[in-house]
Design a protein around this ligand. Structure first.
Ligand SMILES: [Cu+2]
Length: 261
């Protein structure tokens, strides 16, 4: 197995978050608009292009962040330039799967709302068929639902936050039968690129996760692999606290590896 094929994600980087949770606040409505884009994008640090399907043109799609109790006012646009139907499935939403999550054709758009009732870090993804191909090609992302009570002793305020989303890259992007059988996958990607933040294994890597000594860093991790679990391990370190699915009530202490994601 090559280093690229390891599912042990080297913890080196991610999408830095700016908006941090502060005190208790009133519930609000958060407008989110996403456009399904079938585009060629670089899949590694050298710039190798890949025929991706995306939300807003990137893998993963944009991070959505709301507070528990907020209403997400969502619009999905599927431009007429696309060849395929697309959909949105927020794992933070409790709605009618046949209605809100239904696919829409190119040249159309849809609008729906949901209340984010449960705190945590949730995947979102396209649910159009073949779903495994839409996800493997890049139609996934993260919604963070901050707890309505704010920070606490059990859920202390971090100094830095990062979002890491792991995906699985397949040799043939349109061979969904191989994806179902977990065949012909070639690389793990973190936030859309092979060795994205890993200058140890890739001299072309230009980004890394940074932190000063003594800082508390919170990682929001989502496994968007279509057919593999992940064992997320900080090399030469131990997770101080792990919140399963990002819910502050699901706290574990002193974990070297997080499995079952
Ligand atoms: Cu799709």
């Amino acid at each position: 197995m090559t280093p690229a094929k390891k599912t042990l994600a080297s913890l080196v980087a991610g999408i830095a978050l700016g908006g941090m949770l502060t005190g208790v606040a009133q519930a609000k409505t958060v407008k989110v608009v996403m456009t399904a884009k079938e585009v060629n994008i670089p899949i590694d640090n050298k710039g190798t292009m890949y025929p991706a399907w995306t939300f807003n043109g990137t893998i993963p799609g944009p991070v959505v962040r709301v507070r528990q109790g907020d209403t997400v006012d969502f619009t999905l646009i599927n431009p007429s330039t696309n060849k395929n139907s697309h959909a949105m499935d927020f794992h933070a939403a409790q709605v009618d799967v046949l209605k809100e999550f239904a696919p829409i054709k190119p040249g159309t758009k849809e609008h729906w709302k949901f209340v984010a009732k449960v705190p945590g870090v949730f995947m979102y993804h396209c649910g159009a068929m073949p779903m495994i191909e839409h996800i493997a090609r890049g139609m996934y992302g993260v919604i963070i639902v901050d707890p309505k009570g704010g920070y606490s002793r059990k859920f202390p305020k971090p100094d830095r936050e990062y979002v890491l989303v792991q995906g699985q890259l397949f040799q043939h992007p349109d061979d969904y039968q191989a994806m179902l059988l977990n065949k012909n996958w070639t690389n793990s990607i973190v936030n859309g690129k092979i060795f994205h933040y890993d200058p140890v294994h890739d001299p072309n890597a230009r980004q890394a996760l940074v932190a000063k000594p003594g800082e508390r860093v919170r990682i929001y991790f989502v496994n968007a692999n279509v057919n593999l679990p992940v064992a997320l391990h900080p090399i030469a370190g131990i997770w101080d606290r792990v919140y399963i699915n990002g819910n502050p009530r699901n706290v574990l202490y002193g974990c070297p590896i997080v499995t079952g994601c």
